[in-house]
Design a binder for this molecule. Structure first.
Ligand SMILES: *Cc1c(COP(=O)(O)O)cnc(C)c1O
Length: 382
């Protein structure tokens, strides 16, 4: 990427992980050195300490590290014994792993459309999508905004269904002052480098109140084994590396400040869009009063999305599309029999969303340049 970029193309990167690393280089290097000196790489003290720190951040008694956010979802479903003949209700407007984990276990993902303002699962449509085979729901806190957990939990409790929170994009977010990951049966987190708390590679974690479930999750992540060479469940090999845990432990104390930084950048965008009179052309992300949004993405909505993106690219401003196609229209999910038109809100969002750069080190001049460029695109003078 760097090789191709002209000076203008570097005006505003989408994400700048090097800027973050520069602020914590020595701490990271000493954490890595500590693990290398110990030569203890699988689970152990670093992972346990990180799990405890995450449990306390989320406010739950148990946190179980694993290899990725995708595996956090998979392990949650496995621990709940979800498999062939069962159904799990979720959103089609999400990262592939949310529904992929369901299908991989031989269960059926049942999609429910989203709300056009929050991009999150629409609770009004939930009940009608359940059957006698429903076992769980996976709401996603998309882009860092909590889903409507009270209504979702209420519906799930009435049916006796589990709720798996996909909190991969939402670490630190709150719903009615409750941390995400503490509301459902389990909470699933990802430490993919571009998430708000990113490791030096893949990593994930499951949170839960349910200590029996926590025990099953620990057994499942280690080949289904509690005692060496004794396999009580069909598990997998999905552990958080000690190196990742040590690195994440350096970053975790900075998370709150980084989240405030992201929220500040989001607020700056709001002020700039308003000042430039772009309110009618550009729909900004919503933040309902009961939610604390952590802005893993700052996603705007515009009908002329592709043309705007090209225009911004030409001015050195990087943007991304999360997600260009909802999951029900992807080949890997074709067997479910969904067609275009089944989830009109998810399909419209896929055509109109555009994520602007938002990260703690983003500069105000870069934000101003981005919003100015959007104003030029719309021919708005100021
Ligand atoms: C990133 C992400 C995942 C998967 O996390 P990985 O750690 O990359 O496996 C799952 N769901 C959502 C919504 C995500 O954004």
């Amino acid at each position: 990427m760097a090789a191709e970029s002209t000076p203008t193309e570097r005006l505003s990167p989408f994400l700048d992980l090097k800027a973050q690393f520069a602020t914590i280089r020595e701490e990271i290097q000493s954490a890595v050195a500590r693990v290398m000196e110990s030569q203890h790489f699988i689970l152990g003290k670093e992972v346990e300490s990180f799990e405890n720190e995450m449990a306390s951040l989320v406010g739950v008694p148990a946190a179980i590290g694993c290899a990725s956010g995708s595996d956090a979802l998979l392990l949650s479903l496995m621990a709940l014994e979800i498999g062939p003949g069962t159904e799990v209700v979720t959103t089609p407007f999400t990262f592939v792993a949310t529904a992929g984990s369901i299908l991989r276990l031989g269960a059926k993902p049942v999609f429910v459309d989203i709300r056009p303002d929050t991009f999150n699962l629409n609770p009004d449509l939930l009940e009608a999508s359940t059957t006698s085979r429903t076992r769980a729901m996976i709401p996603v806190h998309l882009f860092g905004l909590p889903a409507e957990m009270h209504r979702i939990s209420e519906i799930a409790a009435a049916g006796g269904w589990a709720v798996i929170e996909d909190a991969a994009q939402a670490i630190g977010a709150r719903y009615h002052d409750l941390p995400v990951g503490s509301i459902g049966t389990t909470g699933c987190f990802s430490f993919f480098p571009s998430k708000n708390l990113g490791g030096a590679g893949d990593g994930g974690l499951v949170t839960t109140y349910d200590l029996e479930l926590a025990d099953r999750l620990r057994v499942l992540r280690t080949h289904g084994s509690r005692t060496k060479y004794c396999y009580e469940l069909l598990g997998m090999n999905s552990r958080l590396d000690a190196l990742q845990a040590a690195i994440l432990r350096v970053k975790l104390p900075h998370l709150e400040a980084w989240t405030q930084g992201r929220r500040q950048k989001a607020q700056n965008y709001r002020v700039l869009f308003k000042e430039m009179g772009l309110d009618s052309q550009v729909r900004l992300p919503v933040e309902p009063p009961e939610c604390v949004h952590v802005y893993n993405q700052f996603t705007i909505r515009v009908p002329e999305r592709d043309r705007l993106r090209e225009f911004l690219r030409g001015r050195g401003i990087s943007t991304e599309i999360y997600y260009p196609s909802p999951l029900h229209l992807q080949r890997a999910f074709a067997g479910l029999g969904y067609k275009a038109g089944h989830f009109p809100e998810a399909e419209a969002a896929a055509r109109e969303v555009l994520a602007l750069p938002v990260f703690p080190e983003l500069k105000e001049e870069q934000q101003l340049a981005t919003v100015r460029a959007i104003a030029h695109f719309y021919g708005v003078s100021h």
